[in-house]
Write a protein that binds this ligand. Structure first.
Ligand SMILES: [Zn+2]
Ligand SMILES: [Zn+2]
Length: 454
């Protein structure tokens, strides 16, 4: 019954693909996505959506709404790219192109185009079926900047009844995988420099403190829950001269756990380790939270609805050339054996969630409104995200087909919810139950998005 509206995606396919390719061409990173955000917002404005740019204090974040009142549906779009991934499109070897060393290794150009297609189809549905609204949220800085967490903190997702989203993947399935809560903190040690040979007794080494902190954190691992994760990177070693006692040094930590509450508890122990390292070395320590994500709230009713919507749409069928292209890319990966098919050819049922070590800023959206995501198989099986292979596939014809499938799957899910108020009510009840404690934004109020200065 939704076919007429889903056909809107096919009718507007050239426009949707052009938006995706345009964003691929202009690959921009966290909070600097001026062109990418503009391409999307302009397309929505042209399509009759009411666009508000620069929301939540972020110049590249925007909202585009069609219709009014309830039910209020939302779709998300990301459009930031990754540093270090300059890569030519649609080739089967690692090859750079003129321009900055930035590339769409996470398929966010497709994510943006696919969500645009979904919004257009839902608009077509609302035009003929009365009340309700669809809001397209332009969400910057997913990779490195927690864009959606700041948007959640600013309340931009409030009042939305359900948010349906997706992400490029190597399979077709509603997402059931959990996402860990995390916090990123930079610890800065300050000591006293001195001649390391002549007057070492006068020096207090900040680098010693960083090393001791890491030793402490590594011993902590045995005494934390197995689902927790602690990672660090030394971001300032205090200089390159071994004969100068290092008066400054910095180490950045990411602490992950199943819930924000568990992150807070584990992070307190890491803070204690930092204090201990400072005490041992006679240095001072201070720290700064850089970003944080909550844990993802999953809504089984929405997962099932998404599955049913996906089931109604035929999966894209790759051509011989598309298969050859994907196969050649698979051969560039150290796979133990080549997968039977190049692209996913089967829709998977929402499977019971298995533990996963990753995190996402969509988690904070999921606290504000019932949210579901879908994995859509835009990439050849075995070619990972954040790779040159993913960048190369971002403008390929198979990826375009999978993106248009995503548009229909997202729109189909929303139309099902719009047609069945009881279904939507059930999803909202599940959400209320799972978020009983209320949303506490894990990023402290005083921390602002890291928007680059002009
Ligand atoms: Zn990514
Ligand atoms: Zn991504």
């Amino acid at each position: 019954m939704f076919e007429t509206y889903l056909n809107e995606v096919d009718r507007r396919a050239p426009e949707i693909c052009a938006v995706s390719d345009g964003i691929w061409d202009h690959a921009e990173i966290a909070f600097g996505e001026k062109v990418s955000s503009g391409i999307l917002a302009d397309a929505l404005e042209k399509a009759g959506f009411e666009v508000t740019r620069g929301i939540a204090g972020i110049p590249t974040a925007f909202r585009a709404t069609y219709g009014a009142g309830k039910p209020a549906f939302g779709v998300l779009a990301e459009f930031d790219a990754l540093q270090g991934l300059n890569q030519a499109p649609c080739v089967t070897e690692k090859k750079t192109i003129p321009g900055p060393d930035i590339g769409h290794g996470c398929g966010h150009n497709l994510f943006a185009g696919g969500s645009l297609g979904a919004a257009l189809a839902v608009k077509a549905y609302l035009e003929e079926n009365g009340a309700g609204s669809i809001t397209f949220f332009g969400c910057p800085a997913e990779e490195n900047g927690a864009g959606k967490v700041y948007m959640a903190r600013a309340g931009v997702f409030e009042g939305i009844d359900a948010i349906v989203s997706w992400h490029p993947e190597k399979m077709y399935m509603p997402r059931t995988r959990p996402a860990l809560a995390l916090i990123t903190i930079s610890y800065a040690f300050e000591g006293v420099s001195a001649h390391a040979g002549g007057s070492p007794h006068l020096g207090r080494s900040a680098l010693d403190a960083v090393e001791l902190m890491n030793v402490g954190a590594n011993f902590l691992r045995e005494h934390m829950e197995t689902t927790c994760r602690v990672h660090y990177a030394i971001t300032d070693t205090g200089g390159e001269a071994p004969n100068v006692v290092q008066s400054h040094a910095k180490v950045k930590y990411i602490v992950r756990a199943l819930t924000s509450e568990k992150v807070r508890a584990l992070r307190a122990r890491v803070d204690d380790i930092a204090r201990g390292a400072a005490l041992m070395t006679g240095t001072k320590v201070s720290w700064q939270v850089e970003n944080a994500y909550s844990e993802l709230i999953t809504i089984p009713t929405l997962q099932q609805t998404a599955y049913e919507a996906m089931r109604d749409i035929p999966l894209p069928v790759p051509t011989a050339e598309e298969n050859a292209f994907g196969r050649a890319l698979q051969k560039t990966m150290p796979l133990s054996e080549l997968p039977e098919t190049v692209y996913a050819e089967e829709l998977l049922k929402p499977a019971p969630a298995v533990a996963h070590g990753g995190s996402t800023d969509t988690a904070d959206v999921s606290w504000c409104a019932p949210t579901v995501q879908m994995h859509i198989g835009t990439w050849a099986i075995g070619t990972p995200g954040h790779s040159w292979q993913a960048v190369s596939q971002g403008k390929s014809s198979y990826a375009h087909k999978a993106m248009l499938y995503a548009s229909k799957a997202v729109a189909g899910t929303i139309m099902r919810l719009a047609e069945d108020p009881l279904l939507l009510e059930r999803a909202k009840a599940e959400h209320r139950e799972k978020t009983k404690g209320g949303y506490i934004c894990p990023i402290p109020d005083e921390i602002k998005p890291a928007i680059p200065r002009e």
